[in-house]
Write a protein of this length. Structure first.
Length: 114
């Protein structure tokens, strides 16, 4: 059974930091990439950051220089360090794991107050 367990969301003031974690288990096939997406109310889900099995990273322009994606030593965990948070970062953040299938976490709420 595939499980993506996310943690680290919450409420933070503008300029603050949060660190999201996602640990995957039961993934079918090799993991080719892991990432974080977010969806704000009334908006489409968008890619925030993605890291491949070789360590190549991609970020949406709005978070470059503020967010950092990384993987744990066990390679089934992905982190998103979010610094200098802004109210427009408020959204539900979803962990995504690419293997034989596309796997999604249940989402964790990040709220940034002004």
């Amino acid at each position: 059974q595939v499980q993506l367990v996310e943690s680290g969301g919450g409420l933070v003031q503008s300029g603050g930091s949060l660190r999201l974690s996602c640990t995957a288990s039961g993934i079918i096939g090799s993991i080719s990439a892991m990432g974080w997406y977010r969806q704000a109310p009334g908006k489409q889900r968008e890619l925030v950051a993605r890291i491949t099995s070789r360590g190549s990273t991609t970020y949406v322009d709005s978070v470059k220089g503020r967010f950092t994606i990384s993987r744990g030593n066990a390679k089934n965990t992905v982190y998103l360090q979010m610094n200098s948070l802004k109210p427009e970062d408020t959204a539900v953040y979803y962990c995504n794991v690419e293997s034989l299938y596309i796997n999604w976490g249940q989402g964790t709420q990040v709220t940034v107050s002004s």
